[in-house]
Ligand binder design. Structure first.
Ligand SMILES: NC(=O)CC[C@H](N)C(=O)O
Length: 240
């Protein structure tokens, strides 16, 4: 999907949703970046006026239901987040719980219990929560990604109660940036859930991009490696 160029100020304000979860790490990583011709100011977002200052947004990992619930108790915030997530001009990156929130209407519930609406930031993506198992089944996997800086060095991706892509609609037009090596793939979700049939070929798609939107089912902000943050800022925020 092609990105429409937009006017960006010299100092780009990137908000990190700071209602719950691993937000401070994202702020620290973003503050380390030095993109050409721009300065990044990373700020925590807890209110609507704070969100309104931002050109781009990170939705961190944590607990998607808790993040959504706290946002819904903050005046005007949930509606504005949904609008921001869907606006093709705004760069948004969802990590883990943030990826669940960027999924479609059926994404959050995983189909097992009640289904809760996602924010539809990606459009055409259904996810299944906790498909890899509990906290105890957390794991790390090396990802080889040609489009990262220093591509010969694998990126150590950390998965903590991660979601998996259940299925992508043919219209979703996402770009797969990284795929999980086969030995780490989760068991497929049931065929007869309210989410419909999963697409097993989509299960290992752990890093997706669509225009200025990006999702990762792992936690790059815990890896000690800023290259995924660098990628998002260059490709999605700056669009270059
Ligand atoms: N590390 C994470 O962000 C876990 C996500 C969590 N399992 C959820 O459902 O929201």
């Amino acid at each position: 999907m092609t990105i429409q160029p937009i006017e960006l100020p010299e100092t780009i304000v990137i908000g990190v949703l700071a209602l719950q979860g691993a937000f401070i790490e994202h702020i620290h990583y973003l503050q380390k970046l030095r993109p050409q011709n721009h300065t990044i100011k990373a700020i925590p977002i807890r209110t609507l006026p704070e969100l309104q200052q931002c050109q781009a947004l990170v939705i961190p990992g944590g607990e998607s239901t808790v993040i959504s619930s706290i946002a819904s108790h903050t005046p005007g915030l949930l509606e504005a987040l949904i609008e921001f997530a869907r606006d093709p001009q705004k760069a948004v990156w969802g990590t883990c719980a943030g990826m669940i929130l960027m999924a479609d209407v059926d994404g959050i519930g995983g189909g097992r219990k009640k289904m809760v609406k996602g924010w539809e930031g990606i459009g055409g993506m259904k996810v299944w929560r906790n498909l890899y198992g509990t906290q105890l089944e957390s794991f790390e996997a090396p990802l080889t990604i040609p489009s990262l800086s220093n591509p010969s060095k694998p990126f150590n991706a950390i998965f903590i109660r991660a979601p998996a892509v259940h299925s992508l609609s043919p219209e979703s037009q996402v770009e797969v940036v990284a795929q999980l090596p086969e030995q780490f793939l989760p068991p497929p979700p049931p065929l007869d859930s309210p989410l419909g049939e999963p697409n097993v070929d989509d299960l290992g798609k752990v890093w997706l991009k669509k225009g200025r939107k990006m999702v990762t089912s792992f936690h790059p902000e815990l890896s000690g490696d800023v290259r995924v943050h660098e990628f998002w800022v260059e490709k999605c925020v700056l669009g270059r």
